[in-house]
Design a protein around this ligand. Structure first.
Ligand code: PSU
Ligand code: MN
Length: 304
């Protein structure tokens, strides 16, 4: 059974033990409109390369799990909005039935770990949705962080979520949450939330070292690195909070549930902010790609 297909660039990096950074594809198909999604995907790959690592964008195309996409494949995927949105629950089924799907954080972590890639950069992870006490809507991303040994670089949990509950669950699951260079957790579009960071690290080498120690201790699960959006690109929580409340109320009134919730909210916020939320989203993903590459470079240095 052929499960994995490696792109030439990623295979060469793997064979040379060069640093690799995994990238997800749901952000391309369900997180941003075309053509900004394609431009961003390319720019993110270039940001990884510019910082000394090789990007491996992950997706399932016609039943094959791709570790690294060609530019033509990236282009085609960016124009396949009906690609499935794959998490741990449906990754195998999509491969088995010859389907095409984009990988969320959980499915990308599984693919990365399977391929031996330790670092993964994205925008924001999924988490506990507002109102989860009645809907039970909690992203599979959180459980994945508890069981799959990949260091995930994000800009915090998406601020459409209930951030206090999201970080409580991560604490319960024993997931290290590391704020990069500051004492508070970032809030995706904004550099700061009002939540203190459980851990703080100021250098990529420290994050890589912690990843290694977890491996040496035989701990399952990954690390979550919360890297604040660059200040010049942020949108303050004062501006975002009422718009998020409005989008959330609209989603509820429209009866949006399950996998459709996150894409619906992101799309509404794009409109409500006149495109500013997308600009910020692009800036923070690029920023995470750079830090992911730095961490991957630290990890690929042989230990004596
Ligand atoms: N971050 C973004 N845009 C996105 C996502 C994350 O900036 O579209 C995606 C990720 O793939 C994440 C998913 O895993 O949203 C979470 O979806 P859900 O809330 O349905 O678990
Ligand atoms: Mn959900």
């Amino acid at each position: 059974m052929i499960l994995l297909h490696w792109s030439d660039e990623v295979r060469a990096a793997r064979d040379a033990d060069a640093p690799i950074v995994a990238l997800e594809s749901t952000i391309i198909t369900h997180g941003m409109p075309y053509p900004q999604n394609l431009q961003t995907a390319r720019a993110v790959e270039d940001a990884v390369r510019a910082n000394g690592a090789v990007p491996a964008t992950i997706a399932v195309l016609d039943g094959v799990l791709h570790i690294g996409l060609s530019d033509a494949q990236l282009d085609a995927l960016a124009q396949t909005p009906d690609a499935r949105k794959l998490s741990r629950a449906d990754l195998a089924a999509c491969i088995a039935t010859g389907g095409t799907g984009a990988t969320t954080v959980s499915a990308t972590m599984i693919a990365a770990a399977h391929a031996g890639i330790a670092v993964f950069a994205t925008g924001g992870i999924g988490g506990v949705h507002k109102g989860a006490e009645t809907t039970f809507d909690i992203s599979a991303d959180l459980q994945e962080l508890a069981q799959t040994p990949v260091t995930v670089v994000c800009a915090g949990a998406k601020a459409i979520l209930d951030l206090p509950k999201t970080f409580e669950v991560l604490e319960t699951l024993g997931v290290p949450v590391i704020a990069y260079g500051q004492d508070v957790l970032p809030a995706f579009w904004s550099t700061r939330s009002d939540l203190g960071a459980p851990l703080r690290m100021d250098r990529a080498a420290q994050i890589a070292a912690a990843h290694r120690v977890r491996g040496a201790l035989g701990l399952p699960g990954g690390q979550l690195v919360a890297n604040p959006i660059p200040t010049t690109d942020q949108i303050s929580t004062e501006i975002m909070a009422p718009l998020i409340a409005q989008a959330t109320a609209e989603a509820e009134a429209a009866g949006i549930t399950g996998k459709a919730v996150t894409p619906y909210l992101l799309d509404r916020l794009y409109t409500l902010t006149d495109g500013r939320s997308l600009k910020a989203n692009i800036a923070l993903v690029l920023n995470n790609a750079r830090l992911g590459a730095e961490i991957a470079c630290c990890l690929s240095v042989r230990q004596g």
